[in-house]
Design a protein around this ligand. Structure first.
Ligand code: GRF
Length: 201
């Protein structure tokens, strides 16, 4: 069983899609062992609690330094036996020591076709506004490995959708989100398979 920890700051629809994929057999041999949010009001924490999954609020504000915050995050992840960290709408930068500790074992989903429309400030509505302003004909979603730079690491899986001529940021956001819900569980399945093969070598 691959132990997944999901980190999010918001409503948690990608987390929900991952749970559905596990229940529906599309993401076999995985379970979510822990959900962490930096935001105590986040929907993702409520969803986790109602699914009986350990849910923690861990925020930088609770700690005097980034070091102490990183220690608390790592301790929680270790205690719950997390093997792969899944960022699902996590709006905070992951500290570099954390990235080093889990190198190659942190995934993120971004609502555009990276390397386009990524980087600092490119989140949520801003991404879709930029795509429309650039008159792109295509957008989509990207699952990538997390490294020290924003939206930068190796791409695991990408899916493309058409941008309609009358698209608004809202309609585009909805289309991309639907793609994300199918893409993330599939990307986790493929990446976990590769991680496992690597272990066997
Ligand atoms: C998604 O659009 C994802 O690409 C971005 O944040 C959003 C999270 O949505 N990183 P949800 O919390 O999973 O519903």
């Amino acid at each position: 069983m691959l132990q997944l920890a999901v980190l999010g700051s918001g409503r948690g629809s990608n987390f929900q899609a991952i749970l559905r994929a596990i229940d529906g057999g599309r993401l076999p041999s995985a379970r979510v062992c822990l959900v962490i949010s930096n935001n105590s009001d986040a929907g993702i924490l409520a969803l986790a609690r109602s699914a009986g999954i350990p849910a923690l609020h861990v925020s930088q504000k609770q700690f005097p330094t980034e070091e102490a915050f990183t220690d608390a995050m790592l301790l929680a992840l270790q205690r719950h036996g997390a093997e792969l960290i899944v960022l699902a709408g996590y709006m905070k930068r992951v500290p570099s020591r954390f990235v080093r500790e889990y190198r190659g074992r942190i995934l993120n989903i971004h609502p555009a076709l990276l390397p386009k429309f990524g980087g600092q400030g490119m989140y949520g509505r801003h991404v879709h506004e930029a795509v429309i302003a650039a008159r792109e004909r295509e957008s989509g979603a990207t699952v990538h490995v997390v490294d020290d730079e924003y939206d930068h690491g190796q791409v695991v899986l990408q899916r493309t959708i058409e941008v309609a001529p009358d698209e608004t940021p809202e309609t585009l956001a909805a289309k991309v989100l639907e793609v994300e819900h199918a893409l993330y569980p599939e990307a986790i399945r493929q990446y976990a398979g590769r991680m496992f093969q690597h272990h066997q070598k």
